[in-house]
Ligand binder design. Structure first.
Ligand SMILES: [Zn+2]
Length: 87
């Protein structure tokens, strides 16, 4: 998977998020192998065809969205907790 998003820089990225991402990546790799068997571009050129590149991009997009959702939930929980402890 492409780098870019360094998850260690996101303290709100929980083991649950990581598990979801691992599952998604696993599915991508699994279906990627099945696809490769039937795709002459992937097999013969040894590089991802447009369909596979789209699939990789979709997973990257999911990760980006998941990080933003996790961040929002983390900040919301912290704000709520602060409100509760101050009141
Ligand atoms: Zn292909």
């Amino acid at each position: 998977m492409g780098g870019g998003l360094r998850l260690e820089n996101h303290p709100w990225w929980t083991p649950a998020d990581a598990a979801e991402f691992a599952l998604l990546t696993h599915e991508l790799v699994r279906t990627g192998w099945i696809h490769r068997e039937q795709c002459s571009i992937c097999r013969e050129r040894g590089q991802a065809c447009a369909a596979m590149r789209d699939a990789y991009a979709a997973v990257e997009e999911w990760k980006r969205g998941a990080i933003l959702r996790a961040q929002a939930a983390h900040l919301r929980a912290r704000a709520d907790l602060k409100e509760w402890t101050v009141a």
